[in-house]
Design a protein. Structure first.
Length: 401
């Protein structure tokens, strides 16, 4: 039984970004469980994707390492801009399906400093107490100094504890979220560290790693065969569902087999009809490998709360993209998905509320607009047009080269 089917996963509903590369001042509101971002090359799609990767790196490693990985604050800050880099996201925690929605929690992070030493100038969490109550900050830190209100339901009348951090570049949520006394902070930390933001590489997926089951796919997919081994040993029915979905799209594929080698490594073999012997993954098509990896992600028995997929159309036949979008839609029962794409075929099966167009303006910075908010979209769709057709015919107000 899939217990995750009885729960709504935690979901980001809104995110506001300031001074993060081309994203000088952008806001995404009412984000859907599946959101697709489209636009020309250089429009900021990958940068938006990297905002989530940056937060994940901050929480799983450190602020300093996350900044250094991106070339330092000078490279990270929007060009010709001043002031802190800030990210503010509003999300709801996971809950039992059909139950009352949890409160909307907002997390704010602002960083500044010199190129060699980033500091956290502001970090806070707040939620709204009831429909008409004022928002209440139950965590507030600046440069390593601040306080937190503990408990399941922190309120203004509860005790606020001053808890200095070890330095001005240490995240309060990352540190205090390890304590059971701060369940709301811990829930945010677990949420962000659980994100899976893939940069799948078909070359990496063909490596022959050391044998041993692994539960989650890596960002590059270089442990694909290890995850298949894990599913084979622990969730054979889930693995068979992956094979069924793969066979519907690549009819000649019968199954995928992790084959142990005498060296202690694990070889991925693909058995295709009508031949008696399979072929090694290094000889399989890029499209087959990419589709297999996507299905392993989407059918995971313990899915990440948020999955990011960049340009799924690469190496895949165009006719498979609408079906992949349908697989992504079904996966939203268990995870939130964010997809960047250049493909009209992928967005054809989506609702205009799920699709965002990005465009660089005359000032060089990125602007965003939801397709549902563009004039005349609903009328044209009701008349039989598809989103992909409207995009290719330049009916979108933005998102075109």
């Amino acid at each position: 039984m899939d217990v995750t089917a009885d729960r709504v996963p935690p979901r980001v509903e809104k995110i506001k970004i300031t001074n993060f590369r081309a994203l000088r001042n952008v806001e995404f509101h009412e984000l859907a469980p599946l959101s697709a971002l489209l636009g020309p090359n250089g429009s900021g799609k990958s940068t938006f994707f990297d905002v989530f990767a940056f937060l994940s790196d901050c929480f799983s490693e450190s602020l300093r390492r996350a900044v250094d990985r991106r070339g330092g604050l000078g490279e990270l800050r929007s060009r010709d801009a001043s002031g802190p880099i800030s990210i503010e996201l509003s999300y709801r925690e996971g809950h039992v399906r059909g139950a009352k929605k949890p409160r909307l929690i907002t997390y704010h992070l602002a960083i500044d400093g010199d190129p060699r030493k980033p500091v956290i100038v502001s970090e806070w969490m707040r939620w709204k107490r009831g429909r008409y109550g004022a928002p209440f900050r139950f965590l507030h830190y600046q440069k390593g100094q601040g306080s937190v209100v503990s408990g399941e339901v922190p309120e203004s009348e509860d005790e606020r504890r001053e808890q200095p951090l070890s330095g001005p570049d240490v995240l309060a949520v990352s540190t205090l979220g390890q304590l059971a006394s701060n369940p709301r902070v811990k829930a945010l930390r677990d949420f962000i560290t659980g994100w899976h933001l893939s940069h799948l590489s078909t070359d990496e997926m063909r490596v022959v790693p050391e044998a041993g089951p692994q539960e989650q796919l890596s960002r590059s997919g270089n442990n694909l065969v290890n995850v298949i081994q894990y599913l084979q040993e622990n969730f054979p029915h889930r693995l068979e569902a992956i094979f069924d979905a793969l066979r519907r799209r690549v009819p000649r594929i019968e199954r995928v087999i992790p084959e142990p080698l005498p060296t202690g490594h694990l070889l991925l073999m693909l058995k295709d009809a009508p031949f008696s012997q399979g072929v090694q993954a290094r000889y399989a098509s890029d499209g087959t490998m990419k589709l297999l990896a996507y299905l392993v992600q989407l059918y995971s028995p313990d899915p990440p709360p948020l999955i990011g997929i960049e340009e799924p159309e690469n190496f895949l036949h165009p006719k498979l993209l609408r079906e992949l979008a349908e697989e992504c839609e079904q996966a939203t029962a268990r995870s939130q998905l964010i997809v960047t794409t250049h493909s009209p075929f992928f967005i054809d099966g989506l609702d205009p509320r799920q699709v965002w167009a990005m465009q660089r303006g005359a000032d060089g910075y990125t602007g965003v607009k939801r397709i549902a908010d563009m004039r005349g979209m609903r009328e044209m769709l009701d008349s039989g047009a598809t989103l992909g057709e409207l995009w290719m015919e330049n009916y979108f107000e933005s998102g075109n080269p």
